[in-house]
Design a protein around this ligand. Structure first.
Ligand SMILES: [Zn+2]
Length: 188
C-alpha cells in the first residue's frame, strides 16, 4: 500500500470526530438523532453502509453509535471548538423547509461545502437520515444561500459527473423554493 500522506489516517480521524461534533452540537440535545455522518468502519475492506446516531449527553459528552455495525464511542472537550455549532440550535426552531437528497447528493454536498463557513456547516451537519433519503432542514434564506454556493461550485468544477449531481441538487432546491403552481382549470 502506498500512502504518500503519513498523516492521512490521523487527518481522516480528526475529520470524522469533527463531523460527529458538528452534527451532535447542532441537533437537539439529550435525544438520539439519526445524523447523516457516515460510519468509517471498513469490515472486509468494504465501507460500512451505516450512518451515525448522535446525542449530546447531560454530562456534556457526545455519544455516537453506528446504525448498522457496533462502532460507537464518546467525544469530550468539544465545546468552544470550531465544530461546536450549539449556537445554531435556536435558529432551528424557526419554520423550516425540507430538502430530501439521495445519499450520493448529500455526500457530494458535504465534501464540497462542509468547511465553507459555520452557517453552511450547521446546515449540512443538521441533516438526518430517513428511509426516504437524507433530509436537510433550512429556512428560505439559508436555502437560497446554499443554492448560490452550489451554483458557484458547479461553475468551477471541470468534473462532468460532479456537475450533473450538483445540477440535480439545484433542481431539487428549486422545487422546494419555487414549487410549480398547482394546475387549476377554474382559474383559466
Ligand atoms: Zn458502521
Amino acid at each position: 500500500m502506498t500512502n504518500r500522506d503519513p498523516l492521512g489516517p490521523a487527518r481522516r480521524m480528526a475529520l470524522f470526530i469533527a463531523e460527529i461534533v458538528a452534527a451532535a452540537s447542532v441537533l437537539p440535545p439529550f435525544v438520539w438523532n439519526d445524523s447523516a455522518v457516515r460510519c468509517r468502519r471498513r469490515p472486509k475492506n468494504r465501507r460500512c453502509s451505516g450512518r451515525l446516531r448522535v446525542r449530546e449527553e447531560r454530562t456534556g459528552e457526545i455519544a455516537y453509535q453506528c446504525s448498522v455495525c457496533d462502532r460507537g464511542g464518546t467525544v469530550s472537550g468539544w465545546r468552544g471548538t470550531d465544530y461546536d455549532l450549539s449556537s445554531f440550535r435556536d435558529e432551528r426552531d424557526e419554520p423550516r423547509l425540507e430538502l430530501v437528497l439521495t445519499e450520493e447528493e448529500y455526500d457530494l454536498l458535504r465534501r464540497c461545502l462542509l468547511m465553507l463557513d459555520q452557517e453552511t456547516m450547521a446546515l449540512i451537519s443538521g441533516a438526518t437520515f430517513s428511509p426516504a433519503g437524507i433530509v436537510l432542514r433550512a429556512s428560505v434564506e439559508d436555502l437560497e444561500i446554499l443554492e448560490g454556493d452550489i451554483a458557484s461550485e458547479e461553475n468551477h468544477t471541470p468534473n462532468r459527473r460532479k456537475q450533473r449531481t450538483l445540477d440535480g441538487i439545484l433542481r431539487r432546491i428549486a422545487m422546494v423554493l419555487r414549487p410549480p403552481a398547482p394546475y387549476s382549470p377554474l382559474l383559466q
